[in-house]
Write a protein that binds this ligand. Structure first.
Ligand SMILES: Cc1ncc(COP(=O)(O)O)c(C=O)c1O
Length: 386
């Protein structure tokens, strides 16, 4: 009997060369691959590869790479800041930004307890930067309570004992909250708190363009209150490598020195920046469509028995899928079952799976995923029926 996977075998852009697995005695053939693990898994497009081939390059450590200059100027303009600097990764962009703002020993940064910098960046701000983290609880929507932020600021009168608060960090969109957006109003209110206390505001804007598109707000307006932003080119925008930090001229001067110190000064980076310039042109206009597909997928998934999705919380390109209470499903079992259909996902924890839409996921991929899900769930819940 043909399976759902068979009937979709000839659609979509990513076809498997080999059968990733077989069940029911090696008969099932899976031809399609739908990679929903992250928006970091995209492959460079033909236009990106061509631009990389033809990129005009020079030594960027000496400051001469013309394509890097072009990307940095374009990003600074888009973000409404004085200057920008290409860096190898979002992690380095955040570390450089925190270190640039907290260049006095004994500095403390206020940040969300569930934010990327705190959870996933190897504690680099403390182990490398010597900066003390003061966490404030992240709410479900990725915000931190404004009163809690203000209360976390150290009293300068106690500086014999306390570290000195110098920086507040926000993350927009907030990945661990499922790609939720922080509004302009919220960001401005945090900016006002920072100003009132003589602090700086940094935004981990790995997916700031997703937030800007979802909120319908120009990106420069969304980050106006921030002193610096780290923007990933290799997430929703779909470039293969790199991030950019933006801020004032003096911030970027410091950032340049820190990038070299951290080993992030690279030579002919025009090759990478050329792909990023194409990504801005090709993929920025597609983000809205990515968000639509995410919503469509979320709505469909929420109809499947055994799992549940908070559809209203799907604001950008991420979807969290929770196993229903009392179900035999676990995130790992469902991940394995989906892999049999060529659908790749990452478990967030034992009862939650994350799916992320990016520009290489087609509407047909979304339909295929929805069609397979019921079978994948049944395979786990009633293995003998399949
Ligand atoms: C919100 C956020 N910030 C920063 C990063 C770090 O980016 P990179 O993987 O380029 O170091 C990520 C990576 O997924 C992220 O999701």
């Amino acid at each position: 009997m043909p399976t759902v996977a068979d009937s979709y075998g000839s659609h979509g852009s990513q076809m498997k060369q080999e059968h990733p697995s077989s069940f029911t005695q090696g008969i099932k053939m899976v031809m399609k691959s739908v990679d929903l693990r992250s928006d970091t898994v995209t492959k460079p497009t033909d236009a990106m590869r061509e631009a990389m081939c033809n990129a005009e390059v020079d030594d960027d450590v000496l400051g001469y790479d013309p394509t890097a200059r072009r990307l940095e100027e374009e990003m600074a303009k888009m973000m409404g800041k004085e200057a920008a600097l290409f860096v190898p990764s979002g992690t380095m962009g955040n570390l450089i930004s925190v270190m640039a703002h907290c260049d006095v020993r004994g500095s403390e940064v206020i940040l969300g307890d569930n934010c990327h910098i705190h959870v996933y960046e190897n504690g680099g701000i403390s182990t490398i930067g010597g900066v003390h983290p003061k966490t404030v609880k992240n709410e479900e929507d990725g915000t931190m309570d404004l009163a809690a932020i203000e209360a976390a600021i150290r009293d300068p009168k106690g500086s014999t004992f306390y570290p000195s608060t110098r920086l507040i960090c926000l993350e927009n969109t907030h990945a661990n909250s499922g790609g939720r957006c922080l509004s302009v109003e919220y960001t401005e209110r945090v900016g006002e708190i920072a100003k009132r206390h003589g602090l700086k505001l940094h935004i981990d804007g790995a997916r700031i363009f997703n937030a800007s598109v979802a909120l319908g707000v120009p990106v420069h307006r969304l980050v106006k209150a921030a002193d610096s932003v780290s923007v990933c080119l290799s997430k929703g925008l779909g470039a293969p490598i790199g991030s950019v930090v933006v801020g004032s001229l003096s911030f970027i001067e410091k950032a340049k020195i820190l990038r070299k110190t951290l080993g992030g000064g690279m030579r002919q980076i025009g090759i990478l920046c050329a792909a990023s310039l194409v990504a801005l042109q090709e993929n920025l206009p597609k983000l809205q469509l990515d968000h639509k597909k995410a919503k469509m997928l979320a709505e469909g998934l929420n109809q499947v028995k055994g799992i549940r999705v908070n559809v209203a919380a799907v604001e950008t390109n991420m979807i969290f899928i929770d196993m229903e209470d009392g179900s035999k499903l676990t995130a790992e079992k469902l991940r394995k079952s989906l892999a049999e259909f060529g659908i790749l996902v990452i478990p967030e924890n034992s009862s939650r799976i994350r799916m992320v839409i990016h520009h290489q996921i087609t509407a047909s991929d979304v339909h295929y995923t929805l069609s397979c899900l019921q079978q994948a769930v049944q395979t786990v819940e009633e293995p003998t029926r399949i």
